[in-house]
Design a protein around this ligand. Structure first.
Ligand code: HEM
Length: 481
């Protein structure tokens, strides 16, 4: 269903974007504003900002279209990230849906590029500040930074960045989105959605919900509700009020400027590096304040992309899976997922460190230090805690399976003994609660030369870490009960 929400966002973005395209002008040439917004009358601004002001104040329905475009661009990554999370925690990425995971990840990255490039187009003070940060990051990349910046900006800041971003925004990103979404829908059509275990449902007979009429009605309804809500929100709630920010000026930077929510984690990563991390080596300046966040975020995204392949390697399991896992039955995977969320959350929160400091009357240095600690320690604690909670939930499931639910009825036997009567779980609940046998730690076997390779040892060790601890009920014990 998150996929349907994402599709509705994409539809709203395309329809409103197509409208905006006719009135927006991607030019940095300076003009004087003479529109109906009186406070900026006579102010010099780029043609790009001027056209966005005209769309907002002098074009019927223009502001609604702008705001619907922006709100949909904010909801799209939300839906995609939630879809990735649900897929991750239920193991829906396993064969034969590995490709779907990759496609979903690429759609998210494309949506982020779309949002980021669109954010820059109005050329107001906020988007100008964002672009200035991007220029700083690009210049900070060793060896190729200066050339890359010259290529991107086409000269000293701000150069022709708006003209360069425009084709990326209205051609490259949309085409990529269409291709990737079409491939993703095809993959979902071919493989059908994976489903949770229910009475009688096994790996071999997952059928999915019939497309007509059930799935079509549900999905169609949700699609229309999301599209309608987006228009309603756009009609009533201001987003990106560029007239308050004023035109972009390379000499200024507004305090408290915030990126759109989905790029916050990148901004936060930059803010968490202690000052002064820079050395000169081989006549190049190596700015770790830029290299470290870039590497960290790059590795994080790579880990998200490759996790399904990593798990397949660890388990050695190449079978097809059509039944979803309950997150509690895969504690290590669930722990890793929660740790990933905490890491992302800490970077994201750090992007607002200055606002947290001013609103809570704290020193910004202390807030940054707190986030530095959270970003390192938080994921470890989150992993351990989530794993423990999974085991506790497994234990609870086992209790229900073996002894049923507590009924609250206490009976006294003739001998004086008090016993609580338990109500056995019915067949449907037992089916749901019985965890599939699941993966066992890999056993070490020598290869054809009689040697145990280092990679085999490593794989066995990680596999033990993943699968050694397990509380799920033993089926023999259950039969006996
Ligand atoms: C058919 C594809 C698209 C077209 C033709 C299009 C067109 C445009 C145009 C002309 C603008 C500048 C006008 C303005 O800022 O109000 C704009 C801004 C923007 N676009 Fe798009 N766009 C498309 C796709 C996307 C996508 C895929 C995203 C993000 C996922 C996106 C996010 C944005 C954002 C955040 C803005 C800034 C809006 C604002 O001014 O507040 N666009 N787009």
């Amino acid at each position: 269903m998150f996929g349907v929400v994402a599709l509705a966002c994409i539809l709203v973005i395309f329809v409103t974007g197509f409208f905006l395209m006719f009135f927006y002008s991607p030019s940095s040439t300076t003009v004087t504003y003479r529109g109906s917004y009186a406070p900026l009358d006579g102010v010099e601004m780029s043609t790009a900002m001027h056209s966005t002001m005209t769309i907002s104040f002098d074009l019927r329905g223009g502001l609604l279209m702008r705001q619907a475009h922006h709100w949909a661009a904010l909801l799209l990554p939300t839906a995609l990230i939630l879809q990735l999370l649900v897929t991750f925690f239920t193991g829906a990425f396993r064969k034969p849906r590995l490709g779907s995971w990759v496609l979903l990840f690429l759609i998210l990255i494309t949506a982020l590029v779309g949002g980021w490039s669109g954010y820059a187009l109005p050329d107001d003070m906020l988007s100008g500040t964002g672009l200035r940060i991007v220029e700083g990051i690009v210049l900070g990349i060793p060896i190729v930074g200066t050339w890359t910046s010259a290529l991107l900006f086409g000269g000293p800041f701000p150069g022709d960045i708006i003209a360069h971003l425009y084709p990326l925004h209205i051609v490259v990103v949309p085409v990529l989105l269409v291709v990737l979404v079409a491939a993703r829908i095809r993959s979902a059509w071919v493989h059908k959605p994976a489903q949770f275990a229910e009475a009688g449902r096994t790996e071999d007979n997952v059928v999915g919900v019939p497309i007509l009429p059930n799935a079509a009605v549900r999905a169609g309804g949700l699609f229309l509700i999301v599209a309608g809500l987006l228009v309603l929100v756009a009609a009533t709630t201001t987003i990106s009020p560029i007239w308050l920010y004023g035109p972009s000026s390379p000499a200024d930077a507004s305090a408290g400027s915030q990126p759109d929510w989905y790029t916050g984690f990148l901004d936060g990563a930059l803010r968490l590096i202690p000052p002064g991390w820079e050395v000169v080596w081989l006549s190049h300046t190596w700015t770790f304040a830029v290299i470290v966040p870039l590497a960290l975020v790059g590795l994080y995204l790579l880990a998200v992309l490759l996790y399904p392949f990593f798990e397949q390697w660890i388990t050695g399991d190449r079978r097809e899976h059509h039944l979803l896992d309950r997150p509690r039955n895969t504690p290590t995977r669930t722990g890793i997922g929660v740790a990933g969320i905490v890491f992302f959350g800490a970077l994201w929160g750090a992007a607002s460190a200055d606002l947290a400091a001013t609103h809570l009357h704290l020193s910004v240095e202390n807030v940054v230090t707190a986030y530095q600690v959270i970003v390192i320690v938080g994921p470890v604690i989150a992993f351990l805690l989530a794993r423990r909670i999974c085991f506790a939930l497994q234990r609870k499931d086992r209790e229900i399976l073996l002894h049923g639910h507590e009924s609250g009825r206490i009976v006294r036997f003739p001998g004086g003994e008090y016993v609580e009567i338990h109500k056995p779980a019915d067949a449907y609940e037992r089916w749901r609660l019985i965890a599939p046998p699941g993966d066992r730690p890999l056993e070490l076997h020598p290869d054809a030369d009689g040697r145990i390779r280092l990679t085999t040892r490593l794989r066995a060790r990680i596999s033990r870490f993943f699968f050694e601890d397990r509380i799920a009920p033993d089926l023999d014990e259950l039969d006996a009960s």
